[in-house]
Design a protein around this ligand. Structure first.
Ligand code: PMP
Length: 291
């Protein structure tokens, strides 16, 4: 089946899909994106992702490129045309094409691009071993709650992790507290079995996986605290993990080369992974309102 991309109203072969050189996304990273997981042809938590897309756009004063209903229709068409069953849908909206000038252009149409990618579930070995993370200074701007395409500090940190033989980098604020991973939210389980993740302020992206998991956690009666934690606290924790639309819940078993807990994926982590997978598979009712 040929790979098809959606570019501003047209469905085009992926290899030929292109945007204009004066698209403000290209010149200024003036745009936002969403990654929506797809499970058995169903968009997981689609409403929450669209809520976040609308919010990111509103914060940057970019108009929605199409109605929410139209975006949903295009998403469905993209999945059908690409035969997507499991993987994710990527959508990106920029302020549009205009002669290069920092000020907002008048009359530019926001540009919408969508692609999909088929993806296999995480290999069993990765789940059994857990992943390694390194810690790096958080070099990003002060509005990390906006899902901006401006991801250069994230790319630099992910590359650093890769070169260190790790899978993810946890970014650390000047005060020593972990903000989040380069493309994931960060969580720990303390020695007294409290689940801890940073509160959703301007400091982090409020992950949709994070929102859905917190909902399940509250329903299951697991004690949790939304507060910052330091690298030292994470190293003393019983368990650690990351969440994202492509990783679901992924155990972290080493931080900066030191083991977390007993060095194996934690029990609560794996229970939460199961709970999240049940949510993805629709075995528990999905909550559809954003925090
Ligand atoms: N933090 C950052 C910086 C991210 O880029 C992502 C993934 N886009 C996340 C957290 C996780 O968000 P989600 O659960 O919506 O994939």
């Amino acid at each position: 089946m040929p790979r098809i991309a959606y570019v501003n109203g047209r469905y085009v072969p992926h290899a030929k899909a292109a945007v204009h050189i004066e698209d403000r996304g290209y010149q200024f990273a003036d745009g936002v994106y969403e990654v929506v997981p797809v499970h058995k042809g169903i968009l997981v938590d689609e409403e929450l992702h669209l809520d976040r897309l609308e919010r990111s756009l509103r914060e940057l004063r970019i108009a929605m490129p199409a109605s929410r209903e139209a975006i949903k229709l295009i998403s469905q068409k993209m999945m059908r045309r690409n035969g997507l069953t499991n993987g994710f849908l990527y959508m990106q909206v920029t302020r549009g094409v205009a002669p290069r000038d920092h000020k907002f252009p008048t009359g530019a149409q926001p540009a919408l691009v969508m692609t999909v990618r088929q993806m296999r579930p995480a290999p069993r070995e990765k789940l059994e071993k857990g992943i390694s993370v390194i810690t790096v200074p958080d070099l990003r701007w002060a509005r990390r709650d906006i899902k901006s395409v401006s991801l250069l500090p994230n790319c630099l940190a992910k590359q650093q992790a890769h070169e260190a033989g790790a899978v993810e980098a946890w970014m650390v604020a000047p005060d020593g507290h972990v903000t989040e991973g380069t493309s994931t939210n960060a969580w720990i389980v303390t020695q007294d079995n409290k689940l801890v993740t940073r509160a959703a302020t301007y400091d982090i992206l409020n992950g949709i996986t994070r929102i859905a998991l917190l909902q399940r956690v509250a329903e299951a009666g697991v004690t949790f605290e939304e507060r910052p934690f330091t690298v030292e606290e994470a190293l003393k924790a019983r368990e650690a993990f990351i969440t994202s639309s492509t990783n679901y819940v992924m155990p972290v078993t080493s931080i900066d080369g030191k083991p977390v807990g007993n060095g194996h994926p934690g029990l609560l982590t794996m229970r939460l992974r199961e709970a999240y997978i049940a949510h993805v598979e629709g075995r528990v009712p999905a909550e559809t309102h954003a925090a």
